[in-house]
Design a protein around this ligand. Structure first.
Ligand code: F6P
Length: 367
């Protein structure tokens, strides 16, 4: 019988970066080295590195002291989908090709017994396809958007919420000094988790989410009501994916090379302009952007990332492939990658945080 022992694990970080990636890389590598005497190969720039053949060995010293570090020491890319791979055509122009066999060839040539893919839904979809091609893949759920199914929380989300909450706290004082409506546009793609949680934590007066259709009359009524009660300022926290009446999602640009071609952005400006027109109150916009993804992870994200990394390493050594480490309650459990990507986890109208926000008078622009 063939020796089935896992001796060499590859690890990559795919899609947009987020705080906690290095904590996972550290946890996987240290567990592999200390508990299992398994070698770790770091693949650079996500699946792009697997296609292009860019990797380096990772040892204990390489991951020492990186738990506090934002970003990813391996680099990442959201243009590395092997099944939708941007390559240079004969005329020098970019063509999209299927480079999955190139990725599989490198996986085999490097002698990998397993691959740990750390990423969001785009990366998990690729991980699932790579499993179907015959590779041994284990997933770790990363994204500030918190939109992967089957897990209560992705790592990176708590840090993004903390940063957005601090921004709202700071906007409060300047909003009240100038009697303005301050609009904060936060990330989250098609899910409103960052806007909802930071909006509640920061005490935003209005929260606009992709999942709850809003009306301009309702948003402006809330601002006027506050004014009548002597509150001559308001804070609006809007998710980048919130759908404006008659317009829908506000898209900044399209790039066919990306795993998700659509780049959202600009809804904050639209909300600010419309509120100013309809209420004649002065408005200002802050787009928090990539600040939400940069810098050091919170303590919660460091702990979560460490538990995810240790579990993913164990799953790989135990040959539990096609699985992703997931948080359910207080426990990290293995779930099929297919469950995580079956549908996006979005905010439901009966979500307890939504109901709590309504009870304390927060408007979702739908009353
Ligand atoms: O998925 C994470 C995320 O930060 C989204 O919230 C946002 O829409 C997107 O990535 C931005 O991507 P990029 O880094 O390509 O600007």
């Amino acid at each position: 019988m063939a020796d089935e022992r896992v001796r060499r694990i590859g690890i990559l970080t795919g899609g947009g970066d987020c705080p906690g990636l290095n904590a996972v890389i550290r946890a996987v590598t240290k567990t592999a080295v200390l508990d299992y005497c398994v070698e770790v190969i770091g693949i650079e720039d996500g699946f792009e590195g697997l296609v292009e053949g860019h990797m380096r060995e990772l040892g204990y010293a390489d991951v020492s002291g990186i738990i506090t570090l934002g970003g990813t020491i391996l680099g990442t890319s959201n243009k590395g989908d092997p099944w939708h791979y941007p390559d240079t055509g004969p005329d020098g122009r970019t063509v999209i090709v299927n480079a999955s066999q190139r990725a599989l060839k490198n996986y085999r040539q490097w002698g990998l017994d397993a691959l740990i893919a750390i990423g969001g839904d785009g990366t998990m979809k690729i991980a699932d396809q790579f499993t179907a091609l015959g590779a041994n893949v284990v997933g770790v759920p990363k994204t500030i958007d918190n939109d992967l199914s089957g897990t209560d929380m992705t790592f990176g989300f708590d840090t993004a919420v903390s940063i957005a909450t601090e921004a709202i706290d700071r906007l409060h004082t300047t909003a009240s000094s100038h009697h303005r409506v301050m609009i904060l546009e936060v990330m989250g793609r098609y899910a409103g988790w960052i806007a909802l949680c930071s909006g509640v934590a920061g005490g935003a007066d209005i929260i606009l989410l992709p999942e709850i259709p809003f009306r301009w009359e309702s948003v402006c009524r809330k601002i006027r009501e506050r004014s009548t009660r002597g509150r001559r300022y308001s804070i609006v926290c809007v998710a980048e994916g919130a759908k404006c009446p008659d317009i829908g999602e506000v898209v900044k640009s399209y790039d066919n090379k990306r795993t998700d071609a659509k780049q959202l952005g600009g809804v904050g400006d639209l909300v600010a302009r419309t509120i100013a027109e309809l209420t004649e109150v002065e408005t200002r916009v802050t787009v928090l952007g990539h600040l939400q993804r940069g810098g050091s992870p919170t303590a919660l994200d460091r702990i979560l990332a460490t538990k995810y990394g240790v579990t993913a390493c164990r799953l790989a050594v135990e040959r539990k492939f096609g699985m992703m480490a997931a948080l359910q309650g207080q426990t990290i459990v293995p779930i099929p990658i297919k469950t995580a990507i079956a549908e996006l986890k979005t905010v439901t109208p009966d979500n307890q945080t939504v109901l709590a926000a309504r009870s304390v008078g927060t408007s979702f622009g739908d009353e």
